[in-house]
Design a protein around this ligand. Sequence first.
Ligand code: SF4
Length: 400
Amino acid sequence: MTPETSIYLHIPFCKHRCAYCDFNTYANQEDSIPAYVNALIKEIQFVGKQTNKTNQTSSTIKTIFFGGGTPSLLSSGQFDSILSALFSSFNISPNAEITIEANPGTVSPQKLDSIRKAGINRISFGVQSANTEELKMLEREHNFFDVIEAVSSARKAGFDNLNLDLIYGLPEQTLSTWQTTVKRILDLSPEHISAYALTLEHGTPFGKWAEKGLLPLPNPDLAADMYEWTCEYLAETGYTQYEISNWALKEERGKKKEYYCQHNLQYWKSLPYLGLGAGAHGYINGIRYSNVLRIKTYIERLSDSQFPNLEYPLSSATVNHKKQNVQENMSDYMLNNLRLVEVGVAESDFHLRFGSGLLDVYQKEIDELIKKNLLERNAGSYRLTKQGRLLANQVFLQFV
Ligand code: SF4
């Protein structure tokens, strides 16, 4: 049976490019949004047809994720058109989790109301910090009052599954300003929190300034203290850490369900997903593929009404694809599943997936990591220890 699938749609537009960002996104290109949406709809319809042709009809779409960029720059009408193309091209589960990433300050109460009515049922706000100076340094365009307003409007529109994204380990950030940020976002009672350490990406203004010594580099020890404090504090306040950088409420807080991000779980469990839009990545039937990055080229590639004969799940926007071998699939599986700090890698699931015993393949690596106190065995699974969460990259290197 074909496993349930997810769909990621990339919306590569931002009002302004933040100094630390290395995502595939472009500022001052909003004029291209209508043509981009038309191209995206064509790609949805083409891949949808291929899905049906290639006997994938039993595969239900369990999650849809609009990521960016800033998807909230699209109008309600544009979301309606994309969603209607998705629903007529794919077999979408009636309970599908449908998420949109949004920047506070780009969502009016009216827009939130209409996208909620159109079926989007989860919203992820890029908050990053509650501190005005830190937001300025990151070149974010919003302030914390915009966050409060956006969250309150989202609640009024009926969103009951809300994520707030944060970044820690910022230059000149103190433990105290970080603690204040976490406490202030808890006042907004999000169902889900993501907190990622700042990474200085090559080619970004932050990366260039750091190379020239112009940016006070984040202190790794302080960033580790921030992470450890966050894990403890969020646990005390009722949030379950289910992934290295992600926390969610569960039923015990009087909420009606578990609020783990189902879309990201699909990635972390190495399950299939389609990637649509400029620069989107996908992984399905053992094929990893990615689309052309530039908006203009993406639109041009989708402009022909006649599509070439392409292997599922590729479209004319695809620029790279590779059928992975078993070793590559196993390695990806380890890197993804080890991120899940509660369960880790279950021996039974590994065997089900690959027909080989986990220890037959990775005994040496696992023994070494257990010896270093980076991995632990727990009821038929191997998962990161507290120390392993801090040094996850070292753990992952063992399986590359
Ligand atoms: S809003 Fe997000 S995607 Fe856009 S430039 Fe800033 S960090 Fe990057």
